[in-house]
Design a protein around this ligand. Sequence first.
Ligand code: TDO
Length: 193
Amino acid sequence: MIVERLAIPEVVRVRPRRFGDARGYFSEVFSARGFCQQVAEVEFVQDNEALSGAAGTLRGLHFQRSPMAQGKLIRVIRGAILDVAVDIRQGSPTFGRYVSARLDGVDGDQLWVPVGFAHGYCTLEPDTLVAYKVTNYYSPDDDGGILWNDPAIGIEWPVLPQGPVLSAKDQGLPLLKDLPAQFHYNSEQEGVA
Ligand SMILES: Cc1cn([C@H]2C[C@H](O)[C@@H](COP(=O)(O)OP(=O)(O)O[C@H]3O[C@@H](C)C(=O)[C@@H](O)[C@H]3O)O2)c(=O)[nH]c1=O
């Protein structure tokens, strides 16, 4: 497993080893032992899967507030995404900044996005299948979000002349500066894993 910390070092790109042979390949896509030793000591409780039909489907930017905040380990089974994590930790030197990584089903890279970050992705190919593990259960009451194209964050999404395919919910999310106080993430309440 190769581990690479991004410009915001709590966000980590993980490349599990693949053993190729004449049949194809074998890969341990997750091992608690390796992950806890090399990336973050967390426990995952839920596995999610999302299929997006059209290239240019954008989901995000999402998070759950404390105490239901979720760390997420994202990978692409088929297709490709630009995956994005935005630092929303109050007082963080990188608050409001983001990192991104291309993930695809060909090389099998994963992205670890800890609590304290909003997460989103845009699909780069049709029929992209994304799978991710999360460290806390889904809690719609604690669901928070930030508008995907908040100019203060300035994410360089793929160029989409028609604009992205968005859910109705994601079209109406607030800007980071307008996030209600009860959705502010305070690292002192909940340590960053
Ligand atoms: C996220 C989630 C959704 N759902 C349901 C609620 C809803 O009816 C349907 C679709 O939900 P959403 O529109 O929120 O799905 P989606 O926009 O794909 O939401 C996801 O986006 C990415 C970027 C993330 O980071 C995830 O944490 C999650 O927020 O699935 C669950 O039952 N469990 C879950 O954990």
